[in-house]
Structures are given as C-alpha cells and as structure tokens.
Design a protein around this ligand. Structure first.
Ligand SMILES: [Zn+2]
Length: 327
C-alpha cells in the first residue's frame, strides 16, 4: 500500500489564557519534556514575563529575530539538552527557532505574538543573510498555541498583513492551475483544496471585525490549514504565486522601498486580480471592505505603472510558472 505520510502538530489551540497555561495544555496533549527553553525578544519577555511564569522554563534565550547568524548561538545553547523549544514572537522569532530546531532535529512549538504571515505553521523559514532574505526548508512545529489576548495587543497592520498573506492563496492557486494547464505541472488536489478553503472564510469579514475573536480564530485556522497544505504538497505552490514573486523582487532588488511581506503580497494580488484574472474571488472588494486598500495606499510606494516594471524582476526570483509567463 502506498500513502503520503504527513507530520501534523500534536496540539493546535487558540483561545484566552493560553500563555499562563502552557504547562497544562502541553501535558494534556501528552507532551512531557523535562526541560523547556523559551526563545523570544526582550520587549515581549518583559511584557509577558508574569503570564509566562518564569520558573516554567529551564532557560530563556532573548533574540533580535530574523538573522541567520543568530541561529548559531541558539544551537550552541540547546544542542546538548533534551528540550522542547518554545518560540514566542512574531515571524522573525518563529523563523529563527524553526531553522535552529530543524538543524538539531529538536521539537518546537510556535506561540505567535502577532499573525503577520504564515510563519506559525510552515515548512519554510525566511531569514536574512548578508542583508538578503533567503528561504530555507524546515521541519514544521509539533504544536501551535495562540493566545487571543496577545494577538489583540499586536499592531493592527501586522494582523492585516497576515490576513492578506492568507487571502493571497487565492492568487497563488490560479497560478498553480495555469501552470498545470499550460506546462503540465502536477497539481496536488488535496493541497490545492486546503490552500483555497483556508482563505475563503476571511472574505466574509469587514473592517469592524478586525481583532474580533471570530476573525482571529479564522485567521489562525486558515494559516494552519494553509500550512498543512504546503506540508502535504511539499512545496509552496498553493500559497505563493506571482504576487509573492513581486514581493520577493521588491525585497531583493529594492530593499529601501520594501515593507511588510503580507502588505506587499496583498497589494500585488489586487493588481494581478484586476489586470489579468477578472478577480473571480472579488478580492478587491474584500480588501476595500476590510480596510486593506487604505493600508496599501499608505504603505506601498509603487504606482500601478511601476508594478509593470517590477514584473521582469519578479520573473528572475525563481523558476515558477505564473501569470507573468503567460502574458
Ligand atoms: Zn507569504
């Protein structure tokens, strides 16, 4: 018999009072480790020290986040210990823990302080090396714990970036289908379905819902489901299409004009939907209703004409067939 074996997290929990109850939640999930190491940023640690409970952790490692060079120190601190690593922070903290843990083949859980992108559950870490962002393959976490009250205190723009990163799946799957129809690239139907279904629940929300319990829950569920799709297909086809190529091209070739990942991909998605796809999922209407169009106007320094000039750079980012190859 032949099956696709997939590693799924042992625990996924979104709710209130998560930070102060991690020990209980982990033991209920039969995740018993003699030592737990917390990896986070100083400002977060100061803000949540009491809730986290200082004696819960064998060690606390404070990091800046985002730099590949920082992973050496984490690996030195953890490699000889039988530990569960707990990453508490935004995407930049989660990504260095994902990479360090994978290097040592150690289990880790992600506890996001913001939901700015799909870092909470994915098989890719984006880190900076020599001032350039690089993508590295990593093992997924064994658990994801999301404290709704922590997310509510995160910057609104980061939350909106996470929403856009998830909704951009609806652009990526159109590129995947195009690649399938035009150059015969295989489609993993299950991963395709997960990428699509994870994003659709977002479309019902508008600006007044931002940071509501329901929208936070749907965003977490969407990011986790979307991540599962990536892990099933073993690639990022369902979550990263032409809109991601534009964002990566800005980061790579115009770092002085780059901004938050999710904001860039959402902006690129609006133009791709409008110009080339006839917007079947009505994402432009959604982005307007949820307040993202306003954020794109404020934060993106590129005009619609300049978008066209970015396409040749986007095509250089990686060998991935998208709408840009079809034009
Ligand atoms: Zn993304």
């Amino acid at each position: 018999m032949f099956y696709n074996l997939v590693k799924t997290p042992v625990i996924v929990k979104t709710g209130k009072h998560i930070l102060g109850n991690m020990d209980r939640l982990l033991s209920e999930a039969h995740l018993v480790f003699p030592k737990k190491i917390l990896i986070t940023q100083e400002n977060l640690y100061e803000a949540y020290k009491e809730e986290l409970g200082t004696d819960t952790f064998y060690k606390v490692i404070l990091v800046e986040g985002g730099q590949l060079s920082e992973t050496n120190a984490i690996i030195d601190e953890c490699k000889s210990e039988d530990v569960l690593m707990i990453a508490f922070g935004g995407g930049s903290v989660l990504d260095i823990v994902k990479y360090s843990a994978s290097k040592m083949d150690k289990p880790y859980i992600t506890v996001p302080s913001a939901l700015s992108n799909d870092a909470i559950y994915s098989c890719v870490a984006r880190l900076t090396e020599n001032r350039k962002k690089i993508s590295l393959g990593v093992q997924p976490p064994i658990g994801i714990l999301v404290d709704i009250d922590v997310i509510k205190k995160s910057p609104r723009v980061l939350f909106m970036a996470g929403v856009a990163d998830l909704v951009s799946n609806l652009s990526a799957i159109q590129d995947w289908l195009l690649a399938h129809n035009e150059i015969g690239e295989p489609i993993n139907e299950l991963a395709f379905m997960l990428a699509k279904e994870s994003a659709l629940p977002m479309l019902r929300y508008s600006e007044d819902d931002v940071f509501s319990d329901n929208m936070i829950l749907d965003l977490v569920n969407g990011l986790v489901t979307s991540g599962l799709g990536m892990i099933i297909s073993g690639n990022t086809r369902g979550t990263s299409g032409a809109e991601h190529l534009i964002s990566h091209a800005i980061d790579e070739y115009f770092p002085n004009k780059s901004t938050i990942h999710g904001i860039q991909v959402g902006w690129a998605q609006t133009l791709i939907a409008k110009k080339y796809h006839n917007d079947p999922y009505k994402v432009n209407e959604f982005y307007k209703n949820v307040g993202l169009m306003k954020i794109f106007n404020e934060m993106i320094p590129w005009s619609e004409e300049e978008f066209e000039n970015l396409i040749p750079y986007a095509k250089k980012i990686r060998n991935r067939y998208t709408i840009f190859d079809h034009l």
